[in-house]
Write a protein that binds this ligand. Structure first.
Ligand SMILES: Cc1cc2nc3c(=O)[nH]c(=O)nc-3n(C[C@H](O)[C@H](O)[C@H](O)COP(=O)(O)OP(=O)(O)OC[C@H]3O[C@@H](n4cnc5c(N)ncnc54)[C@H](O)[C@@H]3O)c2cc1C
Length: 485
């Protein structure tokens, strides 16, 4: 048996890969040889595509605090560009708003990975830049390393006791996994949002805080501007913004057909920017901190996370594991929680000389209990919201959300819609024209309770997975059938 070159190889040095590397080094007291392999050059770490570090750049203070509490890693300026008091979600008619999350930060995604790489190096992590990983080395039902190619065309082949896949939403390693595994390899096309954004500086036009407010990250729900997704105007200062949107392919096709249009992502973003009366003379920033990162498109998975995150010698994290939250496509928070947990569990597994599926299973359990448990219910809510026209979203946000629901949403919990009283005749008469909407929302709330209960009973050991998984899928498929999606 060939000796491994490293204890751990982390494929992909983006948000998830770099935090996992740091977390592993910290929890193992730098006891293991860790290599991060990334296709970018060393002076452009964390770059998602040739068009830049494409992201909305928003992250909650809770997530950044979690990282600091568990690892001691604290970010500051310049990687944190701006602070906000929360995320405000507006109905399509701009008449109802809901505060999502508490305080948060706007990151500079180009500068943050530079800081993360330097920090990781100080903790003994090694790097192989300019290498694209193409596949895993698999033997006897185990992942034993990775194969890839350097920019100059040389074969790169390294073995490790554990391979961590953090290569983002287009992961080749996961989809090509050549061993028997509980990890799902593919995601449905309808569970992916096509997203894009511009970073602009601008002159202030009209005063209208429903369009731009330097204190709040604003989300606009609008099935015309962002079909099956949402649009965002996130402040990066008084006169600087990260502005963009995400849509579902199927929903855009329907919208284009209905309105006789042939808009694609960039047309949609241009229309969204033009519809904003506060943003006048938008132009790309000239600063070094934004250079090469002004405009770009990429994809975000908005399903629940992969139902299993580990197999023998291999684990997935971040977008490679479909971790962005289904309801708002926020993937930085989940990547932080998962990377910290994975770093700790992997350190323990290496210490115990057991990087098998069973040895890594605790990562599944702890991520589910700490973060993942409501995600299946958010997937169901997202699927339902995608079916609603603007008029229903306006009505639902105005009439069916109670104070309790708003408080639950602020804590990122599923609304209960308790003021939808389907057994009350007076209520039924009052909402007669929106009865189907009331029933649909109530259904998502009830479904959410069952899905959360199932997820909180995620099996402690791999042996219980099959039975648990059957239960989860049965519950989910019933909802998919009901919504016809
Ligand atoms: C337009 C847009 C807006 C978004 N807005 C927000 C937001 O406001 N807030 C939020 O929380 N989330 C947001 N997200 C999601 C968030 O950006 C991601 O969840 C997050 O970046 C995931 O980090 P990651 O490390 O898993 O993947 P990535 O950031 O994609 O990093 C993957 C890394 O792996 C490298 N890599 C990929 N393939 C290979 C390979 N084969 N070999 C070697 N290296 C490879 C890449 O070059 C990159 O360095 C947004 C996403 C998009 C696209």
């Amino acid at each position: 048996m060939a000796e491994p070159d490293y204890d751990v190889i982390i494929a992909g040095g983006g948000m998830a890969g770099l935090i996992t590397a740091a977390s592993l080094a910290i929890f193992s007291k730098q006891n293991f040889r860790i290599l991060v392999v990334d296709r970018n050059s060393e002076d452009e770490p964390g770059k998602k595509t040739s068009h830049g570090w494409i992201c909305g750049d928003a992250v909650s203070k809770n997530s950044i605090d979690y990282l600091a509490k568990h690892t001691g890693i604290v970010y500051g300026k310049p990687e944190i560009e701006h602070e906000v008091d929360g995320v405000l979600v507006y109905s399509p008619d701009h008449k109802t708003k809901v505060l999502f999350d508490g305080k948060g930060y706007m990151l500079n995604r180009k500068l943050l990975p530079r800081r993360q790489v330097e920090d990781a190096k100080k903790r003994g992590v090694e790097f192989a830049f300019n290498v694209t990983v193409e596949n895993v080395i698999a033997e006897d039902g185990w992942v034993k390393g990775v194969v890839g190619r350097s920019k100059s065309g040389e074969i790169f082949k390294k073995r490790a006791r554990l391979v961590i896949d953090a290569t983002g939403s287009a992961s080749l390693l996961r989809s090509r996994l050549p061993i028997n595994t509980k990890i799902q390899r593919e995601i449905d096309r309808d569970d992916i949002e096509s997203t894009g954004r511009y970073i602009y500086e601008f002159d202030k036009g009209a005063e209208d805080q429903t369009y731009f407010d330097p204190r709040y990250a604003i989300i606009h729900l609008d099935q015309y501007l962002a079909p099956g997704g949402y649009a965002w105007t996130f402040p990066k200062g008084e006169n600087k913004v990260n502005i963009g949107l995400g849509y579902q392919k199927k929903a855009l096709e329907l919208r284009n057909k209905r309105f006789g249009r042939s808009d694609g992502l960039n047309e949609l973003i241009d229309q969204y920017v033009a519809s904003n009366p506060v943003i006048k003379n938008p132009r790309f920033p000239k600063s070094e901190a934004d250079k090469g990162n002004e405009k770009g498109n990429w994809q975000v998975p908005v399903r629940r996370p992969n139902d299993c995150l580990v197999t023998n010698g291999y684990a997935i994290v971040g977008d490679a594991a479909w971790m962005p939250r289904p309801i708002d496509a926020g993937g930085i928070g989940p990547a932080i929680y998962a990377s910290v947990i994975l770093g700790r569990v992997a350190a323990e597994a290496l210490e115990a000389k057991d990087t098998s599926e069973a040895g890594l299973w605790k990562y599944n359990v702890e991520f589910m209990r700490n973060y993942g448990y409501p995600m299946a219910s958010f997937e169901v809510l997202r699927r339902y919201l995608q079916t609603l026209p603007n008029d229903d979203i306006n009505y639902g946000m105005k009439h069916f959300l109670s104070e309790e629901d708003i408080s639950l949403i602020t804590q990122r919990r599923h609304p209960k819609f308790r003021n939808i009283e389907l057994l009350n005749p007076a209520f039924l008469i009052r909402v007669a024209s929106k009865l189907e909407l009331a029933k649909g929302l109530k259904y998502t709330a009830e479904k959410s309770e069952r899905l959360i209960e199932i997820n909180l009973s995620f099996p402690e050991k791999p042996e219980g997975f099959e039975e648990w998984h059957k239960k989860l899928l049965a519950e989910l498929y019933e909802a998919y059938q009901k919504f016809g999606n």
